[in-house]
Each structure stands twice: as structure tokens, then as C-alpha cells.
Design a protein around this ligand. Structure first.
Ligand SMILES: NC(=O)c1ccc[n+]([C@@H]2O[C@H](COP(=O)([O-])OP(=O)(O)OC[C@H]3O[C@@H](n4cnc5c(N)ncnc54)[C@H](O)[C@@H]3O)[C@@H](O)[C@H]2O)c1
Length: 274
């Protein structure tokens, strides 16, 4: 990614964790960044830390019209839209039999529709420009089994399918599409648990269980640095850190092995919960 003040990036869920680190890293490269988040105070604090070129807005990615208007306004103000990072997301976890339909709807709304709204707003604009890079955040849970995170895995698999398919459609029209699939990354998400209104007694300890499934959480700054390097190379499916990438490749050759390891981690987590 080159140092260029004219380059613009719109980030959703920019107030915390990966979105925050991403906004800071993009700003450090001299880009003009819009830090959007449903939590305006958090977005504002990040934009201040990013420096004078960054702006903050309140944006709930579930609101298709608001997403469209915000992205169009940002592009119009700056004359272009180089990157859209559809990063906002939540986790919902527990035994599938304990998770109410409303919780499934909530995670689909944010993690699938939230990403789709960003894509549908940015893609036509990027087609007109003849360039642009759509970066959707999925997860390693979008590429394989994630027991006790089944609602999350559902949404992240959808984001992978959306992104890899659109990538092929968009390539000959000048627009790049990548999907980011990190393993556990050190952010507040690991400790935030289920949304308060959904009390799911079988919810795992995300930090402990994800560590058992995919290794200890990785530094968010390193993760974002490596993500930006992979985007420079226009990588399609970006799995981080390297050990997770190796596990993913291994799992494609030996899916039964991944299933066996997941079963064993699940059995241990069930014992720890009860
Ligand atoms: N941290 C991890 O281990 C990990 C691993 C794989 C994938 N991811 C994905 O990375 C993305 C960022 O996660 P994070 O770890 O930085 O989490 P985080 O909880 O630290 O940050 C998420 C941000 O999204 C915002 N947000 C939530 N709902 C929103 C909505 N409806 N509209 C707009 N903003 C909303 C929150 O206010 C928060 O600022 C998510 O899509 C997550 O699924 C995270």
C-alpha cells in the first residue's frame, strides 16, 4: 500500500479491535480514513488518534440506506473510494439447541447483511471509477467447523462465499475483492461474550476455547500489518497468523483430522463449562 494522501478508506466497526488498529495503520500510511462505528464515541476517539485527515461517523451496518449514504458522502467529499473494509461483526456462541432464533437473526443482520450493505454501496461506485478494493472480514470460522460458534460460522462462511464469488466477477472490471479470515486476534471481542439480551448458559469461554481450537490470540497490530501486506499483493483469502494458514491448508487435505481435533477441543470445553 503506497503512501498517498489521496487514497481513501472507509472502515466499519472502526471503534475497537481490528477496525481500530486498521484505521490507525491506514492513517499512518497517509490515507484519508472514515472511521465508522455504531458506537460514535469509540469511532471519534479512534479518528482523533488517527490524525487530522480521519473523520468519525456513527453508522449501524444493519441500516442499508445509512451505509449507502455514508459511503457515497465520503467518496463524494474526497473524490474517490479506494478501499472499503466491511469489518464490523459480533459473536454469538453456545450449544445450537440453546440459541433462540432472534439471536440467529441478529448475527445474520450484522455479520452478513452488514457486509452486504457495504458491498452493495461501494461496488457500483468502484465499477464507475474502474478501481477499488473491497475487503470483507470473515474469520477462520468461515473456512471450517467452529462448534459452539455455529451462528458465527454460518455468517462467516457466507462472507467467504460472497467475497470469493464477487472477486471473480469484479476482477475483469478493475475492482479487487479480498476476504480476511483471521484466527483468534487479541481484541475486546474475545471477552465480550454474547449480547446481553441473549443469556445462553452453554456459551463457551471464547478466549479459552478458541485458543484450544486455533492457538493463542495473535497481536492485533501484527495482524493488521500482515493484512495490509497481503492486500498489496491482492490476495484472495487472507488467513492469519501463519500457523492458522498452515492449519487451514492441512484441513483442506485432511478434513477428518480437523474434525477430530475440533471434537476433542469441544469435549474439553463442555467439561469446563459444566
Ligand atoms: N478478534 C478475533 O479473534 C476475530 C477473529 C476472526 C474474525 N474477527 C472478526 O473481525 C471483525 C472485528 O472484530 P474485533 O475482534 O475487532 O471486535 P470488537 O468487538 O473489538 O470490534 C467490533 C466493532 O464493531 C462494532 N459494531 C458492532 N455491531 C455493529 C453494527 N451493527 N454496526 C457498526 N458497528 C458495529 C462495535 O461497536 C465494535 O467497535 C469482526 O467481523 C469479527 O467477527 C475477529
Amino acid at each position: 500500500m503506497s503512501m498517498n494522501a489521496n487514497i481513501t478508506a472507509f472502515v466499519t466497526g472502526g471503534g475497537s479491535g481490528i477496525g481500530k488498529a486498521l484505521s490507525l495503520a491506514l492513517s499512518a500510511r497517509g490515507m484519508t480514513v472514515c472511521v465508522s462505528d455504531v458506537n460514535l464515541n469509540a469511532a471519534q476517539a479512534v479518528a482523533v488518534a488517527c490524525g487530522p485527515r480521519a473523520t468519525a461517523i456513527a453508522l449501524d451496518v444493519c441500516d442499508a440506506e445509512a451505509v449507502k449514504v455514508s459511503i457515497e458522502r465520503f467518496a463524494a467529499t474526497n473524490g474517490r473510494l479506494d478501499y472499503i473494509f466491511n469489518n464490523a461483526g459480533i459473536g454469538i456462541a453456545g450449544e445450537t439447541s440453546d440459541i433462540p432464533l432472534e439471536a440467529w437473526r441478529r448475527i445474520v443482520d450484522i455479520n452478513i447483511y452488514g457486509v452486504l450493505h457495504g458491498v452493495l454501496a461501494a461496488y457500483p461506485m468502484m465499477l464507475k471509477q474502474g478501481y477499488g478494493h473491497i475487503v470483507n472480514t470473515a474469520s477462520l470460522a468461515g473456512l471450517g467447523p467452529a462448534p459452539l460458534f455455529t451462528p458465527y460460522a454460518l455468517t462467516k462462511h457466507a462472507v467467504v462465499g460472497l467475497s470469493t464469488s464477487l472477486r471473480v466477477e469484479a476482477a475483469s472490471r478493475g475492482v479487487r475483492v479480498s476476504v480476511f479470515c483471521p484466527a483468534a486476534i487479541e481484541t475486546p471481542l474475545l471477552d465480550s461474550g454474547n449480547p446481553e439480551e441473549f443469556k445462553i448458559s452453554s456459551a463457551p469461554d471464547a478466549r479459552r476455547f478458541l485458543t484450544a481450537l486455533a492457538g493463542p490470540p495473535y497481536s492485533v497490530e501484527k495482524c493488521v500489518k500482515e493484512l495490509l501486506e497481503a492486500l498489496d499483493k491482492n490476495k484472495s483469502i487472507i488467513v492469519l497468523p501463519a500457523r492458522a494458514r498452515m492449519a487451514w491448508h492441512l484441513g483442506r487435505w485432511f478434513p477428518a483430522l480437523v474434525e477430530m481435533m475440533s471434537r476433542s477441543a469441544l469435549a474439553n470445553e463442555r467439561k469446563a463449562i459444566n
